[in-house]
Design a protein around this ligand. Structure first.
Ligand SMILES: [Fe+2]
Ligand SMILES: [Fe+2]
Length: 166
């Protein structure tokens, strides 16, 4: 097997394991809602295992650089999503009358802009030693610095929907 095949396979495995992680967490939430707490625990344990696999694949690809490089990669990824990927997806969902998907894409698109901005700020201030908290809107993924707003500027969720990120 050539080096190119292994790279392609690592990429595919990383993608699959990453998706399995998110899927199992969603399944765990559903299992908890249905009262199957034992199954929920199994989904959560397996989700963590898939994260371990995803991370070892990522390291094998040499895709974790210095923090400065990683911030650059993160800015690039988020920017691609809100400048190119989501706008096209939003248009297609609208064309096909897929309202729920369109809303999901729109919310994510707005959040990605904020993410890119925060990463850029962190990149600019790297090494400044500044310390403050981030708050995550658990409804839409908006991130606020220092304090949670009274309501989410993206989805309108109330302050209580924000969670302090450790
Ligand atoms: Fe993002
Ligand atoms: Fe939100």
């Amino acid at each position: 097997m050539t080096r190119e095949n292994t790279m392609k396979n690592l990429k595919e495995a990383f993608s699959g394991e990453s998706q399995a992680n998110r899927k199992y967490l969603a399944f765990a939430k559903k299992a908890d809602e249905e009262g199957y707490h034992q199954v929920a625990r199994l989904f959560r344990a397996t989700a963590e295992a898939e994260t371990i696999h995803a991370h070892t694949h990522l390291r094998s690809m040499g895709m974790t650089g210095s923090t400065a490089e990683n911030l650059d990669a993160a800015i690039e990824g988020e920017t691609y999503e809100f400048k190119s990927m989501y706008p096209a997806f939003i248009d297609e969902a609208a064309d096909e009358g897929e309202k729920q998907a369109e809303r999901s894409f729109r919310l994510a698109n707005e959040a990605e802009k904020v993410h890119a901005g925060l990463y850029q700020k962190a990149r600019d201030n790297l090494g400044s030693g500044e310390s403050f908290d981030y708050f995550l809107c658990t409804v839409c993924g908006h991130i606020a610095e220092r304090d949670a707003p009274d309501s989410c500027p993206l989805c309108g969720a109330r302050k209580q929907a924000y969670r302090l990120v450790e």
